[in-house]
Design a protein around this ligand. Structure first.
Ligand code: NAD
Ligand code: LMR
Length: 333
């Protein structure tokens, strides 16, 4: 068995972390042969709650968990970590858009970028979950100049999982038989869930396109898109709290694929620093389809973008540029 790796989860006393920590500690993310030491960061008033989380982790008696470091100090939390789940941030309430959280949350990601830069392993893989995730990831990377820009990502995997589940339900197939649905752009209500490159594994072992299997382009461009765009708000309306179990699952999926790679012929969506591919604006964290090998992601090239997709990509890119302007004003950069 290899040496333990250090992994940080911020917002460790919160609701997403409550599901995520268990998944990580039992080996779902870094594998069944990878021991780990979990660093748990939260703010000083939450240290009592965090103590309870530490007790529960111990009581899970998990063989891979070799240590737990609960702390309110970023310097201690980020020391030597090779993976960082940046969850700690305020969630939105009913009636809010995620970008309404910029003023409250973006400063957290400046501070944590600086702490990652100083204390983390230089190969650290960073996943920003706290909203607005794309713009927070951009700010975080800007304040960590010694860490490669490609090591900062934002989570759109929850949107991808939601989209796959909608298609699977419509076609009455298991969710694992649906692949290559793309989430473009921002983790917000302007995101573009795009099923036009999707595949479905049908009975008798045959792969067909999602478009062919669904046979209803109007549905794929309207009800499907809107359901995924508004799913976070629908969960908030029902639960009076934002998604947590599904967000934790998606964060685990994202980091697992980053560490272990994507299967042949399959791609996944991640918010990454845009190089302008597919006409997206540069220097924003934009969700693209990627393939991953040897812990490095690469944007999938050559997908067809029709007029409808072009409009959707442009709208979400424009929103990300606006968020960037607002975020930089808030942190006084
Ligand atoms: N990208 C996505 O798909 C996605 C999905 C779900 C939720 N989210 C976002 O994730 C974030 C967390 O959601 P939650 O439901 O766990 O919220 P929560 O309120 O239950 O927990 C957040 C935790 O973060 C802590 N925190 C606040 N500031 C911190 C700081 N500076 N350092 C460390 N910890 C800090 C809080 O004390 C709290 O314990 C929210 O911003 C939410 O909108 C994103
Ligand atoms: O919608 C939210 O505010 C929480 C999260 O981003 C989600 O998509 O469920």
């Amino acid at each position: 068995m290899s040496e333990p790796i250090r992994v940080v989860v911020t917002g460790a006393a919160g609701q997403i972390a409550y599901s995520l920590l268990y998944m990580i500690a039992k080996g779902d993310v870094f594998g069944p042969n990878q021991p780990l030491i979990l660093h748990l960061l939260d703010i000083p008033p939450m240290m009592g709650v965090l103590e309870g989380v530490v007790m529960e982790l111990a009581d899970c008696a998990l063989p891979l968990l070799r240590g737990v470091v609960p702390t309110a100090e970023p310097a201690e939390a980020f020391k030597d970590v090779v993976a960082a789940f940046l969850v700690g941030a305020m969630p939105r309430k009913q009636g809010m858009e995620r970008k309404d959280l910029l003023a409250a949350n973006v400063k957290i990601f400046k501070v944590q970028g600086e702490a990652l830069d100083t204390y983390a392993n230089k190969n650290v893989k960073v996943l920003v979950v706290g909203n607005p995730a794309n713009t927070n990831a951009l700010i975080c990377s800007r304040y960590a100049p010694s860490i490669p820009k490609e090591n900062f990502t934002a989570m759109t995997r929850l949107d991808q999982n939601r989209a796959q589940a909608q298609i699977a339900t419509r076609l009455h197939v298991p969710v694992a038989d649906v692949s290559n649905i793309v989430i473009w752009g921002n983790h917000s209500s302007t995101q573009f869930p795009d099923a036009s490159h999707g595949k479905v594994h049908m009975e008798k072992g045959k792969d067909v396109t999602v478009r062919e299997a669904v046979g209803d382009d109007a549905w794929l461009r309207s009800v499907f898109v809107e359901t995924v765009q508004k799913r976070g708000a629908a969960v908030i309306n029902a639960r009076k709290m934002s998604s947590a179990m599904s967000a934790a699952k998606a964060a685990g999926d994202h980091m697992r694929d980053w560490f272990h790679g994507t299967a042949s012929g399959r791609f996944v969506s991640m918010g990454v620093l845009s190089d302008g591919s597919y006409g997206a604006p540069k220097d924003v964290v934009f969700s693209f389809p990627v393939v991953i090998k040897n812990k490095k992601w690469e944007i999938v090239k050559g997908l067809q973008i029709d007029d409808f997709a072009r409009k959707m990509l442009d709208a979400t890119g424009k929103e990300l540029e606006e968020e960037r302007t607002e975020a930089l004003a808030i942190i006084g950069a």
